[in-house]
Design a protein. Structure first.
Length: 422
């Protein structure tokens, strides 16, 4: 029995390839069942995100044959030729596979080092495999251990404590300035990817109220609906500026949208209650002179980049500690797995021996009941039992001796403790 992890990710494949191998969450249960049958493995789970698709297997037999079956199934399932898949795919087996899964869960293999979202995605993959009935003892134990390792890494290292994106850094700064974001009123200017990430982080931190200002209302409405935000036009910004405790802007405008005069008027209406402002745009959305106002905390994208650079260095240092934890825990899991394999073998061997004993004992009891001489019956039973249990090791010893397999012969003599009995 072995564990295999197979996949493609942002390091090995462009998005054009990754999107061809991704799995629809609504059809994942069917995919898991198909994979079990087509690849002929014991247990399977599938992790599919925008940055990676990984297949986790517990299988018996030849790993190369499993790989061939898997690629053939991926070709069929996604209608993508092997020539597209193979250049980007990676394979990990046994401890390497265990180590890889744990690194993924800890964010050590992510595009953004230490990002926490992947752990939630792995938990979802676990739940989907459980629901589909494609997971049993080994995979279940591996996922549970993996989740435990991720929690340990988050608790014992600083890998997830530092902001490493401008969106995350913006919200992190706001959290440091305001005692709580639950009552804070936020004005987001723009509706692009960066502002969408800012909005997501704010929403996750239970911010009080969000208003999104954008040139095109329709473009902002989709994002706003997800977070319960209001939507206004850029022309309406001066009207609502006085209500905003936090202003974060990121548009493609070539000229500033928020000037010093607009902010001064807002501060007057606010009775000089401070405003925290972040300008993530290049060129700037907020006039540089706004930063000269006493009641404004203004940060630009350059200010955040210096914070991010230091935070990335902190995460890299924490990653060294995290790798050490992963290595220890993968060693521990493999020790458990080896014990499980040994236990299975011992149980099977004992079952086989007891079955053979019971058959011979039943025959001996029948002979005794029919009046056959007891001594003769016992001698026959002892002889047959001895022959039964000697047959397999005797054949193995003879085969090793005849084939000149000295190492195997020494191994068998050691197993059966032959030398010490001479």
């Amino acid at each position: 029995m072995s564990i295999v992890a197979v996949g493609i990710n942002h390091k090995t494949a462009p998005v054009a390839v990754r999107e061809k191998i991704s799995f629809n969450p609504d059809k994942l249960s069917v995919a898991l069942q198909e994979m079990l049958s087509a690849v002929q493995c014991r247990e399977v789970a599938i992790l599919s995100t925008c940055n990676r698709t990984e297949l986790y297997l517990v299988q018996d037999g030849d790993v190369e044959l499993t790989q061939e079956r898997l690629v053939k199934w991926l070709e069929s399932y996604h209608n993508v030729p092997a020539s597209t898949i193979l250049p980007s795919i990676y394979w990990h087996q046994d401890q390497q596979a265990v180590n890889h899964m744990m690194r993924v869960a800890c964010g050590l293999d992510s595009l953004v080092l230490g990002e926490p979202q992947i752990l939630g995605q792995m938990k979802q993959a676990y739940s989907q495999a459980k629901a589909a009935g494609s997971m049993a003892l080994v995979m279940d134990r591996l996922f549970q251990r993996t989740f435990g390792v991720a929690k340990q890494v988050r608790t014992e290292t600083d890998i997830g404590t530092s902001a490493v994106s401008v969106a995350f850094a913006s919200v992190n700064l706001a959290k440091h300035i305001f005692a709580s974001l639950e009552k804070a009123r936020v004005l987001l200017v723009g509706a692009g990817e960066t502002i969408e990430l800012v909005a997501k982080h704010l929403y996750e931190n239970n911010v009080g109220k969000i208003t999104v200002a954008n040139r095109t209302i329709a473009k902002a409405e989709g994002m706003a609906k997800q977070i319960g935000a209001d939507v206004i036009t850029l022309a309406q910004i001066p009207e609502v500026m006085c209500d905003a405790d936090i202003v974060i802007s990121s548009t493609g405008s070539t000229l500033p949208l928020i000037g010093k005069g607009m902010v001064e008027q807002a501060l007057t209406k606010r009775r000089h209650q401070p405003i925290f402002m972040v300008d993530l745009a290049v060129p700037r959305d907020i006039e540089e002179q706004v930063g000269d106002l006493d009641d404004v905390f203004l940060y630009t994208v350059d200010d955040l980049q210096s914070i991010i650079a230091q935070n990335l260095e902190n995460r890299r240092k924490a990653a060294v500690e995290a790798e050490s934890i992963v290595n220890r825990q993968s060693d521990s899991f493999m020790a458990w797995l080896r014990g499980l394999n040994t236990q299975d073998t011992v149980v099977s061997y004992r079952k086989q021996c007891l079955s053979e004993r019971d058959l011979l004992l039943e025959k001996a009891m029948t002979q005794l009941k029919s009046g056959k001489n007891a001594e003769s019956v016992i001698n026959e039973l002892a002889t047959k039992l001895t022959n039964k249990f000697m047959h397999a090791p005797t054949s193995a010893l003879q085969s090793a001796a005849q084939g000149g397999e000295l190492d195997k012969l020494i191994y068998l003599r050691d197993i059966y403790d032959i030398d010490s009995r001479d």
